[in-house]
Design a binder for this molecule. Sequence first.
Ligand code: NAD
Ligand code: LMR
Length: 341
Amino acid sequence: MFSRTSSFQARNLARCFSTSLPSNYKVSILGAAGGIGQPLSLLMKLNSDVTDLALYDIRGAPGVAADVSHIPTNSTVKGYGPENDGISTALKGSDVVIIPAGVPRKPGMTRDDLFNTNASIIASLAGAVADNSPNAAILVISNPVNSTVPIVSEVLKAKGVYNPKKLFGVTTLDVIRASRFISEVQGTNPTEETVTVIGGHSGITIVPLISQTPHKSIPKEQRDALINRIQFGGDEVVKAKDGAGSATLSMASAGARMASSVLSALSGKTSVTEPTFIDNPLYKSEGVEFFASPVTLGPEGVTEVHEYGPVEDYEAEMISIAKDTLKKNIQKGIEFVASQK
Ligand code: NAD
Ligand code: LMR
């Protein structure tokens, strides 16, 4: 006779027979006490794939850690500051490192205006990641993403630990904005809208492919306004916050979505595809080393980089313009690291 199985036992049995890897991951967040870092820490505390959450910041991380540590999910949380080489302890053994450290924009600034401050912050954090968690997947949020991701790659290369399959510039905010904004124009459910957004993460380098959605025949004037809103959605928030920073809450949601996809793929649970800014093999022959494409993720990071597929003439033109700007942004990051040697 079969014995009765409790739902708890059933779940454990299911796990025994599942082909996926165990979900015991250490995630560290660098810049965890900031506007993005705090809500992102909260969302990662709620992620059941995370068992160890390490929060690092030059100020305030132990407080954030104490706060989120009271949430009854299956992870331990510790906060670290710069004293006693806290960053090394925070990073050791990390599977995923998320980096929202650095200054945000104020009205009137471009993301590129943040370069002078954020380049050295990101380079120094990348060095610490290379030394302490060289196998981790790295998610870069700090702006200007088009340049900070190449900076991380150059630092990792110099340290001999660069794995292009595990370095991601987080462009998910553009993706979620596109879903939201298109649904507002079309009167549809944003949770059912998927828009592929490629290129980079600043103004004209953000290229949403509206022709690949069911709304390709939206009138030109409306379509142009929609594309402009997706490209400059960041400015909308910077202006509304009036000097108090840029997007933090929507960014935390976007960052948590990207991190969840990476974690889910690491555990072999699902094969997930997300657009993200990566060291991209598809456009190197044109001199574009990094480009956001839809990317399938697996246990070792990127498993496949997808072509963007058929586009209309106006989109081809946008892609070409984006590539010209990206080349310059990428070069700026590479030259910054070279100048530090
Ligand atoms: P914030 O100023 O609120 O927080 C930044 C945090 O970084 C602060 O807590 C600060 O102490 C910390 N920090 C600074 N230097 C550090 C270092 N060396 N090590 C560790 N921590 C350090 O800023 P925010 O609003 O959270 O934005 C952070 C960054 O994210 C900005 O560069 C912003 O432009 C960028 N951003 C990117 C996206 C995107 O889509 N990729 C979206 C929004 C914001
Ligand atoms: C965004 O897109 O909201 C971020 O890149 C922050 C900014 O500076 O606009």
